[in-house]
Write a protein that binds this ligand. Structure first.
Ligand code: ADP
Ligand code: MG
Length: 214
């Protein structure tokens, strides 16, 4: 199904196998019982995240389509609310996802008429527009260029664990940036947004992915 602009993005689990980065544990659910069964199967405990996946709701938060739930009653309420939204927009399914605690970064690819595929990387999550801390390179990049991109962040101290915060694993991060830049060249991806890409001390996860092909 296409969205209002006549475009189709790979979202939710559909993008997992294309992205070539680790992703949080997740599966689609129908109602509360299947949500609990999925949590058991994937060995997840609260909090977990519920998401509305739909071509009609590319920015899920805009329609209240992302809910972090901490217990059974919040789970039930969130599923009811999300099902109402699905009815209203007449499209969508529910994804249950592992909750990841770490630094929220953003990585994306855009095609430029002159430079070809460009990789953008910076501080992500809800602070993207406030901090405007984004670095660009032409694809593909090598590990040294990836490290440079990280070092050039204005707010680098945050991901380095300033004030007792989590110390992001820069090696994994640089490696992820290299892989994303290669993806832009080899798989003819016209547009890619990973926001957030969450990095911890030991892991990195593509938590929210939207991608489109030529
Ligand atoms: P969208 O960008 O379409 O609104 P996201 O999946 O990016 O939806 O979720 C919005 C925000 O919710 C994220 O930027 C992040 O802060 C938080 N979030 C989403 N999924 C997770 C998760 N699995 N673990 C931790 N936080 C999450
Ligand atoms: Mg997002």
């Amino acid at each position: 199904m296409k969205n209002a602009d006549g475009r189709h993005f790979l979202l939710g689990k559909e993008s997992d196998k294309f992205i070539g980065l680790p992703v949080p544990k997740s599966d689609y659910i129908i109602g509360t019982n299947s949500a609990k069964a999925v949590m058991k199967r994937l060995k997840l405990t609260y909090p977990v995240v519920l998401k509305l996946i739909s071509q009609q709701a590319i920015h899920k938060s805009d329609v209240g389509g992302v809910k972090i739930v901490n217990n059974d009653s919040e789970l039930e309420k969130a599923i009811n609310d999300l099902q109402k939204t699905i009815k209203k927009i007449k499209d969508g399914k529910l994804l249950l996802q592992e909750f990841i605690k770490g630094h929220e970064l953003i990585v994306g690819i855009k095609h430029d008429a002159t430079f070809g595929p460009i990789i953008a990387f910076g501080i992500g999550g809800k602070y993207v527009e406030i901090l405007k801390d984004i670095v660009f390179r032409a694809c593909p990049i090598d590990p040294k260029e990836a490290e440079d991109m990280i070092e050039q962040l204005k707010f680098k101290a945050i991901i380095e664990g300033a004030r007792g915060g989590i110390k992001a694993n820069k090696k994994l991060l640089a490696n992820a940036l290299v892989n994303v830049s290669k993806l832009a060249v080899s798989k003819k991806i016209t547009e890619l947004d990973v926001n957030p890409l969450i990095v911890t001390e030991k892991n990195i996860y593509a938590v929210d992915v939207r991608l489109a092909f030529l």
